[in-house]
Design a protein around this ligand. Sequence first.
Ligand code: SAH
Length: 353
Amino acid sequence: MSDVLKLAEKLYENRSLSVDEYEKLIIYRNDECTRYIMAKAGEVRKNIYGNSVFIRGLIEISNICKNNCYYCGIRGGNTNCERYRLTPEEILDCCKDGYASGFRTFVLQGGEDNFFTDDVLCELIGKIKSLFPDCAVTLSLGERSKESYQKLYDAGADRYLLRHETADEVLYSKLHPVGMKLQSRLECLKNLKEIGFQTGCGFMVGAPFQTVSHIAKDLKFIEEFQPHMCGIGPFIPHKDTVFKDEKSGSAELTCYLLSIIRLICPNVLLPSTTALDTVDEKGCEKGILSGANVVMPNLSPENVRGKYNLYNNKKFTGVQSAKDLESLKNRMKKIGFQVLCDRGDVIKISDGK
Ligand code: SAH
């Protein structure tokens, strides 16, 4: 048996490797090892979640952002970005349409827009939860104080997505302006978990300056942090950033990492991301087949679609009607999966094998 296959088996058995071993598992990957990891990831996921794929309705509430992350198309410093902000009423309308289509989780994502104060958000979350008590609300609105996160949680928000972006301080500082610190990001993640949110971290695959040893550190971080959700997708350049001429991350490596993450955290809610579907026509399917179990179609209204451009050519996988959802269901059915219309919370396990 090859050494890399032995490492894959060890990961499956122990759900843990050293940083050095994660690095080797990536560097020396071959067809045999990829097949093994993918099959085991599928098996582990099936034992916990069956053949279900959860759907989340993504509502991109604002592309106004005070930050200036170097890779991101909606960074505050991008003067070419046509800005918009949805009103609370428009957001509620998206939820109503989404609910009618079958969505039971709404993900409110946006730039760090000062308009969305704790008061504005708490009122909005309260309204969503009272209109749709059987729905989960996920927020993805960047870094806030612990007090703020607590208020949002008390208002009824269930989950929070905050990618750590990279677990390496030096790489973090190459991707973000001075003033943004990995330490603050990690502090936020710790706070979110302590408060009781189902918490999601994650990173981009193939970001500028990223090496395999950085990715190995990300995997170790995920192993130690034990997130409930984990968002990873390939980096894709955006024309109005310093990284405009960089290469996109690969779908192949992203899928391999999805399988590894499934083996590290058997019950994790793992989306097959829009970025993956953007770099590969069959990216969504490939992600699911590698161990992902969540898809997040877009519920943002027609007039703002195309303005939430984090990267070039972002694919619009939207569901504006029950009919669109039907076609997503068919896409999943073709690969042997069933789209489930319920909240899709993380399933607690004692042993996920
Ligand atoms: N403001 C929120 C939401 C950020 S957008 C926050 O800070 O969490 C969601 C994710 O998109 C980011 O966390 C980042 O990992 C990803 N993203 C941003 N620019 C990207 C790019 N050029 N290519 C791929 N993914 C990108």
